[in-house]
Design a protein around this ligand. Structure first.
Ligand code: FAD
Length: 351
């Protein structure tokens, strides 16, 4: 493999039912930074599906300079084999230096298969990506390579943070969880170069047949998109006591979320869990109420704009990441806070 032949930063632009997933736009935001650090002019999005070319404009608005479209009936709904084939053939033809994939259900299936097919490495569930030297500091007897993709992720159950590189193979592949990277502000009317690519599909016995698609229906709030999250931990004490958090969320037009201890206790569904094995969130305001601030929890919320912690233990680690902290009993503080916000809002309406 001649590494020099591989150029440019690519992202897999996930779409479902001809609608781009947010992760595609988030990856474009990061890809632009990486491309700038590599002095690369172009960011490329790879769009697979059937009748999806119309999505190229939105990708352009969010930073794609070029969109490679593979449009084929075989790609109508996600299936492992045709998608793996299409993305692997795009890599063989266009030789990207870096390829980013969302750590969604689709990306977690697709990314590793593609990396194996093109014989390169993949770092899963990255929380940080940057360009730098590898090894990070010079080591005797080992060549230090420059301008490598440094992929950082929690390791050993979140007890340490590992920075991983792929210096000898290309592309350098990473999956990134939704909510970790930031989209750029859209550049309305931007256009990308659209390139159509046909890898040819030959059905084999790995092509599954989709008999029926059953859409998940849930009444649970989507915490990843919430602007205000009122998050409760084991300190809330019981599922019934979450009522005081719901009241606070209601006056703030926010959403209730929780720590893993709460899910493990069966107090709230898994969809509301924030953290390493839950969702990554980035609201404007994050209330951490009765949450100790374990590293696995903090990994999912530390990028929130403002963090407000309420905890009776002044030494709780959550205060290390909080912008504002209140030490005391949540059973007294939360209802009082709700009451005062209600009064302030009522006074504002009257004025
Ligand atoms: P606790 O740690 O028990 O903290 C409760 C807090 O409430 C304490 O700080 C206490 O002082 C405070 N408190 C108690 N009563 C009151 C009161 N009346 N008023 C005010 N404060 C009070 N955790 C996650 O959250 N998300 C994850 O995704 C996640 N993934 C994990 C992955 C792995 C591999 C592992 C090993 C662990 C993971 N965890 C995760 C678990 C994590 O390590 C912690 O165990 C968990 O976050 C603790 O939840 P908690 O803060 O609600 O509970």
């Amino acid at each position: 493999m001649s590494l020099e032949e591989y150029k440019g930063v690519f992202i897999f632009a996930q779409q479902v039912d001809n609608e781009l997933s947010n992760i595609a736009l988030e990856l474009l935001g990061k890809a632009k930074d990486l491309a700038a650090d590599l002095d690369e002019k172009k960011v490329t999005a790879v769009l697979l599906g059937e009748n999806v070319e119309n999505l190229a404009d939105k990708l352009a608005e969010y930073g794609a300079d070029r969109v490679i479209v593979v449009d084929d009936p075989e790609l109508k709904d996600y299936r492992t084999e045709p998608y793996t084939h299409a993305l692997a053939e795009v890599i063989k033809e266009y030789k990207p230096e870096i390829l980013l994939v969302g750590a969604t259900a689709i990306g977690r299936d697709l990314g590793p298969r593609v990396s194996s097919r093109v014989h390169t490495g993949l770092t899963a569930d990255c929380t940080q990506l940057e360009i730098g030297d590898f090894p990070l500091t010079p080591m005797p007897g080992q060549e230090q390579k420059h301008k490598q993709l440094l992929m950082t992720r929690p390791a050993f159950g979140g007890n340490t943070i590992a920075t991983i590189a792929c210096p000898n193979f290309r592309p350098q592949m990473a999956t990134v969880r939704p909510g970790v990277m930031q989209k750029i502000a859209p550049n309305k009317g931007a256009k990308a170069e659209v390139v159509k690519f046909n890898p040819g599909f030959t059905k084999n016995n790995c092509y599954t047949e989709i008999l029926k698609i059953v859409k998940e229906t849930t009444n649970v709030a989507n915490i990843a998109d919430a602007k205000i999250l009122v998050s409760g931990g084991r300190g809330v004490g019981s599922p019934e006591n979450f009522k005081i958090l719901e009241d606070l969320a209601e006056v703030l037009h926010g959403t209730v979320s929780c720590s893993r201890a709460v899910v493990d206790n069966g107090w709230k569904p898994k969809e509301l869990q924030v953290g390493q094995t839950g969702q990554t969130v980035r609201p404007h305001v994050y209330f951490a109420i009765g949450i100790s601030g374990a590293i696995q929890h903090v990994a999912g919320m530390e990028e929130s704009d403002i963090i407000i912690a309420i905890n009776k233990d002044e030494n709780a680690p959550i205060f290390d990441v909080a912008d504002y902290g209140v030490v005391g009993d949540l059973n007294k503080i939360v209802p009082e806070l709700t009451k005062q916000i209600k009064e302030a809002l009522a006074a504002k309406t009257e004025a």
